[in-house]
Design a protein around this ligand. Structure first.
Ligand code: EPU
Length: 470
């Protein structure tokens, strides 16, 4: 029998108190890659110790970067680049690793990056990255499952993204930061993580203008130096805590946030009846003790509601009386959490990429986090549900929520990390029960088994594998 970590949540209790938001995973992942751009040490402060970050650091070590944790800070020293490849073993664990291509191109002039695999919530291609590199004069070919990229001259030219891409924009910023050329990006992604990377590169001596707007201009420089840098706070983590507070009708204060990064989330929660009060420059009190009403949520690019909060929003709305509608224009099929929420009693129907929710009480059940934000959603639902929810697939949650159980417990939630039988074993035993004519187990459903097996290679072993996300 394979044992896996799970979260056992005894729900239905309000949260109270304060929580400090950690640094943004989706910024830290790119900031550490910038360590490759200099032969001097770059220190990224307060890096969350998440499995995705550890994969990113492994990719850097593979390239020859010296990586050292100094408390919560990470010191990166790329004296030289020894290897310009990123193998499938690492890229398949985390799609964001593909962005090391830009950093390697800038520093070493070449990169061989394995093609990222499938993912748990619909297609996530890298075609826009490749087209952008081609527009800048990079020769890109595919060879045996790898993309091979070469720069024969300084990168320069104009990239026009047909639609914005966060990773694509970060890849171009890294690739063009060094060298004697000018690169322009049109229709760049606006997410705050882009401006964060540009600010780090500028502090290292780079010359990037316009990051955070759709038009970015990069003037390459000869060399970049070392520096220390603290990433922006994690707006997705903050949003998840806000939705957890809302779903449990709690009064919770968030500290260490960037309110300007959360305007759309605040507006939508306010529309639903949650009271959000500024208590300091970087702190919000989220009071969901009043009457709440259903709302429509469409996840779009920044500054709209982030796709990474779409699933947690759905979990919250499943608890709110009235009808709500949820759509995702960034990842239209990101609904792996729906079957599990239905198992918890959520009245929701997914038709043509539109989730219609008729909110009401939830009850605890055994569920499986098929990807990171599905995990966030199931935890939000579990906190609100009557009875015990066991969330399997905690490996997905560990990718993006640092010490989640501990921090929710500090807010008064009853959340415990336990070792549970892997869902493949549970599935096998439920099949055995069903085929012997006994009552079907309430533990596993074909839906949870299917979600697990769509996750990739490691799924064959025990279903709660590291998915493809980030
Ligand atoms: N797209 C393409 N071709 C490309 C690139 C993107 O078609 O070459 C499409 C994607 O399929 C998607 C849309 O463009 O429909 C936007 O994708 P984007 O490239 O912006 O996403 P990403 O860079 O791969 C980052 C975050 C995701 C987050 C998205 C959207 C990181 C490490 N990941 O992914 O975060 O959902 O932006 O905001 O920054 C997560 O944290 O759970 C997560 C998945």
């Amino acid at each position: 029998m394979t044992m896996r970590s799970a979260l056992d949540i005894l729900g239905g209790q309000p949260l109270a108190g304060e929580v400090a938001v950690h640094a943004a995973k989706n910024s830290a992942l790119y900031l550490i890659l910038a360590g490759l751009l200099s032969d001097e040490p770059v220190v990224i402060e307060g890096v969350p110790k998440l499995s995705d970050v550890l994969v990113g650091l492994e990719i850097l070590e593979h390239a020859g970067v010296e990586v050292a944790w100094e408390g919560a800070d990470v010191r990166l020293h790329a004296r030289e680049v020894r290897d310009t490849s990123a193998p499938y073993r690492l890229v398949s664990k985390m799609r964001a690793s593909f962005v090391v291509m830009g950093a390697l191109l800038a520093r070493a002039g070449e990169a061989r990056i394995s093609m990222p695999g499938g993912c748990a919530f619909g297609p996530r291609p890298v075609d826009r990255h490749i087209k952008a590199f081609a527009a800048l004069g990079v020769e890109v070919s595919d060879d045996n499952g790898d993309f091979v990229a070469r720069r024969r001259r300084p990168l320069q030219g104009r990239v026009v993204f047909e639609a914005p891409t966060v990773g694509g924009t970060q890849n171009v910023l890294l690739a063009t930061a060094l060298g004697d050329g000018v690169a322009e990006i049109e229709n760049a992604a606006l997410e705050p993580e882009i401006a964060d990377l540009a600010e780090l590169i500028n502090r290292m001596g780079g010359c990037i203008e316009g990051a955070g707007t759709p038009f970015i201009r990069v003037q390459g420089v000869d060399r970049l130096g070392g520096t220390r840098f603290r990433p922006i706070p994690d707006r997705i983590e903050a949003g998840t805590f806000m939705l957890a507070a809302a779903a449990t009708r709690s009064d919770v204060t968030l500290r260490g946030i960037r309110p300007d990064h959360l305007v759309a989330v605040r507006d939508k929660l306010t529309e639903a009846g949650v009271r959000i009060v500024d208590v300091a420059r970087d702190a919000w009190r989220v009071d969901a003790t009043g009457e709440l009403t259903g709302v429509d949520v469409t996840a779009v690019e920044y500054p709209g509601i982030p796709t990474d909060l779409q699933a947690p929003f759905g979990a919250f709305l499943a608890t709110v009386p009235g009808v709500s509608v949820v759509r995702d224009r960034v990842y239209p099929d990101r609904f792996t959490h729906v079957a599990d929420l239905q198992r918890m009693g959520a009245r929701m129907e997914l038709t043509e990429r539109t989730l219609v929710i008729r909110g009401g009480p939830l009850t605890g059940a055994e569920v499986h986090a098929a990807d990171l934000r599905a995990g966030g959603a199931l935890v939000v639902a579990g906190l609100a549900a009557e009875g015990t929810t066991r969330v399997l697939g905690v490996e997905s949650i560990d990718r993006g929520y640092e010490r989640f159980a501990e921090r929710l417990s500090a807010l008064g939630a009853s959340v415990e990390r336990v070792e549970a039988v892997a869902s493949s074993d549970v599935l096998a035993s439920s099949v055995a029960i069903a085929s012997s004519g006994a009552a079907a187990s309430s533990v596993a459903t074909p839906a949870s088994g299917a979600a697990a097996s769509s996750e990739g290679a490691a799924a064959s072993e025990g279903a709660v594998s590291v998915g493809h996300s980030g």
